[in-house]
Design a protein around this ligand. Sequence first.
Ligand SMILES: Cc1ncc(COP(=O)(O)O)c(C=O)c1O
Ligand SMILES: N[C@@H](CCOP(=O)(O)O)C(=O)O
Length: 466
Amino acid sequence: MRYISTRGAAPALDFENVTLTGLAADGGLYVPESWPHFSAEAIRKLAGLSYVDTAVEVMAPFVGDSLTREELRSLCTAAYGRFDHEAVTPLVQLDPTNWLLELFHGPTLAFKDVALQLLGLLFERFLSTRDTHLTVVGATSGDTGSAAIDALAGRAKVDIFMLHPLGRVSDVQRRQMTTVLAPNVHNIAIEGSFDDAQALVKAMFADQGFAGRFRLSAVNSINWARLMAQIVYYFYAAVRLGAPDRSIAFSVPTGNFGDVFAGYAAARMGLPVAKLIVATNVNDILHRALSAGDYSVGTVTPTAAPSMDIQVSSNFERLLFDLHARDGKALAATMAGFEASKTLAIPQAMRAQAADLFTSARIDADGMALAMRRAAEKSGQIIDPHTAIGLAAAHRADLGRDVPVVTLATAHAAKFRDAVERATGNRPHLPARVGNLFEREERYATLPATLDAIQGYIAERATPAR
Ligand SMILES: Cc1ncc(COP(=O)(O)O)c(C=O)c1O
Ligand SMILES: N[C@@H](CCOP(=O)(O)O)C(=O)O
């Protein structure tokens, strides 16, 4: 399998190099050159497989010959061995048509663990045969940061610098990052928003001298390996609910468009997906884009679902690439226009094409709180604010009684205890696996959201590539 850039001007890479590289040198994102296809028969054969076995089957075509099947299985066994549920991503039925797919059974209580536990091991495996050092730079609105730090802390040949927006992540999220005192972990609170942090990360990749000197890599969903690992749970859940003989809809709390793009990839691979419901909070650029063609950046409003307080959604570019008939040059021009004007009008024909699979909903603070209360009262489920947005969007989409709808439960309620308590009166307990989070020392730097300040900080601490 080869990977090509959405902007058409970066070299094609194999899986090993795409994993180590992160963002393409032309500013684009890597995507598979073609989508592997799973026939109905191949999907039927996934029935009854464990999560690890499903993961090996689904990911093997993407990994190609970068790993043997046995190596891939052994990495998956180690990654998913750290989850506290035998099913890794269990389904919970709420009513005759609605399910939750619990993605928060990993070490840091959010869906990011599913991909990042594996990515940490992939980095280690690929670096073991190279004489180089990797500097991971990442941006987080709370969950990617903690999952990436857990996955990389203490690993040889890699440093991680994680930028989060000062004061805009929950206390649990912040402490999960800042109390990890391993020498290769560097937390930076920036005086700005998540979008500022993400733009700084992309600017560091664009600075070829800096990126080459430190061999930058990514743990955000700009890294293809992240999305690849997230495709697995769409297959796993759909097969459990009757695929390939039944189509399943998924409602996905969305910020950076990574998780829902993994669902799109699953559909392109042959999984019968009835609909992908893109659920946003009031930071609704994706809802505006899909429903009205208006992909224009507004100001970020802080919400009780802070991990989705995002305006510029990295992975939307991957969908736009397919909507531009995979013409990298055409998309590069579109993205240059968007980067200059912060606005993009999506033509009606592309919107119509996207609407075959995608629908969307914007859920405000009241809708989110109502969904949390309803889940507690009707189904006895204490859900987090992000999951609540997904569930509210699933109700709003109203796909009829014949379509099973799986809402992705992207975080454990305890990560957002204050918001959950305000909405439901219940204060969720932190699971024992996070340990004595509130007694541990915190360590992080606070810096202005400028490229000079961040690069200067990193250059003083990072190890040059060789
Ligand atoms: C808990 C939670 N839910 C949903 C999202 C949105 O996912 P994505 O950015 O892949 O759209 C995030 C952040 O990415 C998150 O941390
Ligand atoms: N919500 C995310 C934002 C970064 O998203 P990513 O999936 O691109 O890493 C977070 O929790 O940090």
